[in-house]
Design a protein around this ligand. Structure first.
Ligand code: BES
Ligand code: MN
Ligand code: ZN
Length: 487
């Protein structure tokens, strides 16, 4: 879908639907449609409440085919997050073979760059459907071709805002696309291939480490998880370097859990909802999506992405509960539960990130069911060993309308990670499961400032919402991109 600004005066905007955002406390002032507007208000049909919409066909004196008043509720509540949801809801609700081009008048807000960005993002996120493998020929009939924000005259700040919205929306949809791929089609090898395509498209340097290379380096934890599957593992590395090299000594490392399917391994999961485990690579998808955005937004900090990609299967070569593996860091781990595989692969990826010179680390992982118990499907859990970096990540998420919640990571919880057979076990007790998982990772981040984001509850939605389809959400893409551009 094309997105951007439409710079024409309102009566000259060409569109199938010219949509006016209307707040509860104000009647829109559109001279050409004055009588109609008086009628819909006087009849009580329309008050500007959320989700309300009325349509005038062939508005006199205007080039648009339809004039639509769309209720947006209270003006004071119309922040960028609300604009994003509004635009998403709008494009989903207006789906029709007759409407291919939508132009949106955000009224005064159109003068606000952040509202323009959010509107474009919301529209892109709203039109996305995870229907790639449906062969129904009718499915494309209602596909929207263009979405424009009306800004007569325009200016360069608004142009930039629209471009940023397009980049972030498209990159987030790229992450959703990757994440929604079924596991028979998106193996670790295929995931690496897709990452390489993204890197190549934007001229990013990249490298994919195979099993032999992992053996040479000594990535025993990553290899242990991979050994139960016929699909070979891959460790994907991508580098973004700012023009001129960036100069400074800092390098941001983004690490994403890429378990293309998590059966649990020998500690097999129950079959109920096991299909959800195709989404166990949403952390990886977020990092790839973020790199796609970062390559285009060109922040001044260098960024390295690391994605350990594996399939966790209970094959005849699979690791067993009780096995002891030696991680890249040299620390040994007693694998008490093969279903706690995410932390194992992330352990080696975090160590490797430090070796590659990352000075700040942020990981995203669908790591624990426990975080879903704690925060539901609303907030991503944020854990850290460094208050300053955590503040930065929280601020970046907030600016992008992503909900992150600070979780504790004090010494108290470390007690649980003791093993008589190795340096540490890969699980604690049931109590505080998301926190002990984070503690395990912390042992591998060591002294490097690090933030861990447990996205198990926020990486996908089980039911479609008015503004977004069912499936992967692309959580963390905008937050990561903002973290880099705002650094
Ligand atoms: N991928 C799962 C976590 C998960 C569960 C994500 C449900 C989304 C929904 C992870 O690999 C896992 O299996 N974690 C275990 C850890 C346990 C064995 C300590 C869990 O949360 O049950
Ligand atoms: Mn698991
Ligand atoms: Zn998992």
């Amino acid at each position: 879908m094309d997105t951007g600004l439409n710079l024409r005066p309102i009566h000259e905007v060409i569109a199938d639907a010219l949509v006016v955002v209307v707040f509860e406390d104000q009647r829109p002032d559109i001279p050409a449609a004055k009588e109609w507007i008086a009628e819909v208000y006087d009849s009580g049909e329309f008050k500007g409440e959320k989700q309300q919409r009325v349509t005038l066909h062939r508005p006199p004196g205007m080039k648009a085919r339809r004039l639509v008043l769309a209720g947006a509720g209270k003006r004071s509540e119309f922040d960028p997050a609300a604009v994003r949801r509004f635009a998403g809801t709008l494009v989903r609700a207006m789906k029709s073979p007759a409407i291919k081009r939508i132009a949106l008048i955000v009224e005064e807000s159109a003068k606000r760059a952040d509202a323009v960005t959010a509107a474009v993002e919301g529209a892109l996120l709203g039109v996305y459907e995870p229907d790639r493998y449906r062969t129904d020929p009718k499915k494309d009939e209602c596909r929207l071709e263009s979405f424009a924000v009306v800004a007569p005259g325009g200016n360069s700040a608004l142009e930039e805002a629209a471009t940023r919205g397009r980049i972030l929306g498209e990159s987030q949809n790229l992450a959703r696309d990757l994440a929604n791929e079924p596991s028979n089609r998106l193996t670790p090898t295929a995931l690496a291939q897709r990452a390489v395509e993204v890197a190549a498209a934007h001229g990013l340097k990249y490298e994919v480490l195979d099993r032999d290379r992992m053996r040479q380096l000594g990535m025993g934890a990553l290899l242990g998880v991979a050994q139960g599957s016929a699909e070979p593992p891959a460790l994907i590395v991508m580098h973004y370097t700012p023009e001129g090299g960036g100069g400074g000594s800092e390098r941001l490392g983004l690490v994403g859990k890429g378990v293309t399917f998590d059966t649990g391994g020998i500690s097999l999961k129950p079959s109920d909802k096991m299909d959800h485990m195709r989404w166990d690579m949403c952390g990886a998808a977020a990092v790839i999506g973020a790199m796609d955005a970062i390559a285009q937004l060109k922040p001044s900090i260098p960024v390295t992405a690391l994605i350990p990609a594996v399939e966790n299967m209970p094959g005849s070569r699979a690791q067993r509960p009780g096995d002891v593996v030696t991680t890249l860091s040299g620390k040994t781990v007693e694998v008490l539960n093969t279903d706690a595989e995410g932390r194992l692969i992330l352990a080696d990826a975090l160590t490797y990130a430090r070796r590659l010179g990352c000075t700040h680390l942020v990981d995203a992982a669908t790591l624990t069911g426990a975080i879903v118990v704690a925060l539901g499907n609303v907030f991503t859990g944020a854990f850290s060993n460094n208050a300053e970096l955590l503040d930065k990540v929280m601020a970046a998420a907030e600016a992008e309308g992503e909900k992150f919640w600070r979780m504790p990571l004090t010494e108290d919880y470390k007690e649980q990670l003791k093993s008589p057979f190795a340096d540490l076990p890969n699980i604690g007790t049931r109590a505080g499961g998301a926190i002990t998982a984070a503690w395990f990772l912390k042992e591998f981040a060591e002294e490097t400032p690090w933030v861990h984001l447990d996205i198990a509850g926020t990486a996908w939605v089980e039911e479609a919402k008015p503004f977004v389809a069912k499936g992967a959400t692309g959580v963390c893409v905008r937050a990561f991109a903002n973290l880099a551009t705002g650094w």
